[in-house]
Write a protein that binds this ligand. Structure first.
Ligand code: SF4
Length: 63
């Protein structure tokens, strides 16, 4: 599984970080960085919830 970020959509709103800070991190300029682009399968539930939480649909999971 790989996390895909649509950088044209992401507005640095931080919902993904709030849901799964192990994988998503906002810097001081509210630019989101992936801490782990390819999470282990055991984290799918948490990562999928974070992906679903993005209000501007900037995140997706690629298998
Ligand atoms: S929740 Fe969406 S808009 Fe906000 S930082 Fe994460 S990817 Fe970007």
């Amino acid at each position: 599984m790989r996390i895909h970020v649509d950088r044209d959509r992401c507005e640095g709103l931080g919902m993904c970080e709030a849901m799964a800070h192990e994988f998503f991190e906002l810097d001081d300029d509210d630019v989101m960085h992936l801490r782990d682009e390819t999470p282990a399968e055991e984290h799918r539930g948490q990562v999928a919830a974070a992906v679903a939480s993005c209000p501007v649909l900037a995140l997706s999971l690629v298998d």
